[in-house]
Design a protein around this ligand. Structure first.
Ligand code: TYD
Length: 208
């Protein structure tokens, strides 16, 4: 059985990546692929319970605890969902993965990059997404979108400077991993963003 592909979506809160998630799955299914959607933090029963704690506005924890929990969720997710599905030939599309830990816990919270590299090595050694779509928007625009949605979890209620640091860390990752991470200008209308996404996916399918 041919191994499936592992695609991750990244971006600051309000970048519109969740809207693209189902569209991407539908596009891949229209090509005859068995595509499955998942998310982090979450993806397993334990991971979803930890997500509730991680996103709850009343939870207080230090940045190290936050990073360790994100990687704990990830280990379960890889073990119980991602790896078995890929081996069965399924394509996995995950709403966030390790780049989010570098951006939020590293950039946003200021944790040392080295510590995150260590956790990444420990938890998923040589396993990396085949493709990461990074949806970029200026922080001001993402904040307007979040404001319209009128919901804010523990991360979304952070101040603008937090998201500026998160975005800067994402942009560093785009520069550091140009083969894996595709930059997408997500300040365009949703339909235009999806056209760009489909071109990238078509290209991945051609080189399959
Ligand atoms: P998100 O994926 O944006 O879900 P929703 O669209 O329902 O708000 O929310 C998950 C939050 O978790 C997001 O604010 C980023 C944060 N996060 C981290 O801080 N580190 C991580 O490693 C991951 C995976 C997510």
């Amino acid at each position: 059985m041919k191994r499936g592909k592992f695609i991750t979506l990244e971006g600051i809160d309000g970048a519109g990546k969740s809207t693209q998630l189902e569209k991407i799955a539908a596009f891949l299914r229209s090509k005859g692929l068995n595509a499955m959607v998942t998310r982090e933090p979450g993806g397993t029963p334990l991971g979803e319970q930890l997500r509730t704690l991680l996103l709850d506005k009343t939870t207080v924890m230090c940045p190290e605890t936050e990073a360790l929990l994100m990687f704990a969720v990830r280990r379960e997710h890889l073990d119980k969902v991602i790896m078995p599905a890929l081996e069965q030939g399924k394509w996995i599309i995950s709403d966030r993965f390790t780049d989010a830990s570098f951006a939020y816990q590293g950039g946003g919270r200021g944790l040392d990059n080295e510590k995150l590299v260590f956790l990444e090595q420990w938890i998923h050694g040589s396993i990396q997404p085949d493709l990461t779509l990074y949806f970029d928007v200026p922080v001001e625009l993402s904040q307007q979108r979040l404001y319209q949605l009128n919901v804010a979890d523990r991360f979304e209620k952070e101040r603008e400077d937090f998201f500026q640091r998160v975005r800067a860390a994402y942009l560093e990752r785009v520069k550091a991993f140009p083969e894996r991470i595709q930059y997408i200008d997500a300040s365009q209308p949703l339909a235009a963003v999806h056209v760009v996404v489909e071109e990238i996916l078509e290209n991945l399918l051609v080189h399959e």
